[in-house]
Ligand binder design. Structure first.
Ligand SMILES: NC(=O)c1ccc[n+]([C@@H]2O[C@H](COP(=O)([O-])OP(=O)(O)OC[C@H]3O[C@@H](n4cnc5c(N)ncnc54)[C@H](O)[C@@H]3O)[C@@H](O)[C@H]2O)c1
Length: 253
């Protein structure tokens, strides 16, 4: 298949919904062999949809990527199907919110496991195979929360986690350069997804979120997936160790 990702094997995590599902559909349209996965056992529908439109995708679910065993199982699954790995798009994560006075250690720690450890384990399992392939692209999902606090939302654990994701990614880039491995983060702003839908139903929440955006609207999962596609492709061959905000201008405001 021709396309911007022709011949590349791309692991995308959390393909059951939101940005991960959008990326799976988009990467496959551009010729990638997609390896999807999700903790949700019902997430296999994305692979069915990709194949129905002539794309190539296999998917592993349920798999919990917040531990080493799940990450290793996913890498083995990718190698078993396609024999190599070129792209690791760490999209899956789960955030837990509470204001400072209510944030207990269990919730704080759980957020680090499901937002930071989740990236460590998959990068650790995939790294030797990226080296063996002569390089590749790691795309980690951070957030505007890595650089910006919030008076209206209890982001203590989430901000700490996404800040760690940007810091870790710089280090993957530093150590990966010699092997041709590029590593970058994407920092989404407010994007329509399963995680933000309950918030959008709260009185006045969307209006407040939109008022901080230069483009005056909520972002769509496809707009993040398009950035991941660019970072996965050779079009970004001289880009590593950086962060791209996909936030409607929130960080500039
Ligand atoms: N939606 C936003 O506004 C927003 C903003 C900034 C950053 N992000 C980040 O974008 C990424 C995608 O979020 P989304 O909004 O599309 O969420 P989502 O809930 O729609 O999708 C995340 C997917 O990952 C899966 N997943 C979660 N934990 C997992 C685990 N331990 N193992 C395997 N699969 C797991 C979920 O089942 C789900 O299908 C996350 O890293 C999130 O922190 C989202």
């Amino acid at each position: 298949m021709a396309g911007r990702l022709a011949g590349k094997v791309a692991i995308i995590t959390g393909t059951g919904s939101g940005m991960g599902r959008s990326a799976a559909l988009m990467f496959a349209r551009e010729g990638a062999k997609v390896v999807g996965c999700d903790i949700n056992p019902a997430a296999g529908g994305t692979a069915d949809d990709v194949r129905a439109t002539g794309g190539e995708m296999v998917s592993l679910q349920p798999v919990d990527l917040s531990g080493a065993e799940g990450a290793e199982r996913l890498v083995a699954f990718a190698l078993e199907h396609y024999g190599r790995i070129d792209v690791v798009y760490n999209n899956a994560a789960m955030a837990y919110f509470a204001f400072v006075a209510e944030m207990d250690y269990a919730t704080f720690n759980r957020t680090q496991i499901e937002e930071v450890d989740i990236i460590f384990h998959l990068c650790r399992a995939a790294w030797p195979h990226l080296v063996a392939a002569g390089g590749g692209s790691i795309i980690n999902t951070a957030s505007t929360a890595a650089k910006k606090g919030s008076r209206g939302q209890g982001m203590l654990a989430h901000s700490a986690a996404k800040g760690a994701v940007t810091a870790m990614t710089r280090q993957y880039a530093c150590e990966g350069g010699q092997y041709g491995i590029r590593a970058n983060t994407i920092s989404p702003g407010m994007i329509r997804s399963a995680q933000t839908e309950p918030l959008m139903k709260q009185q006045g929440w969307t209006e407040r979120a939109v008022s901080r955006q230069l483009l005056q609207r909520i972002g769509e999962p496809e707009e993040v997936a398009a950035t991941a596609l660019f970072l996965a492709s050779d079009e970004s061959s001289f880009i590593t160790g950086t962060d791209i905000a996909v936030d409607g201008g929130t960080m500039a405001n």
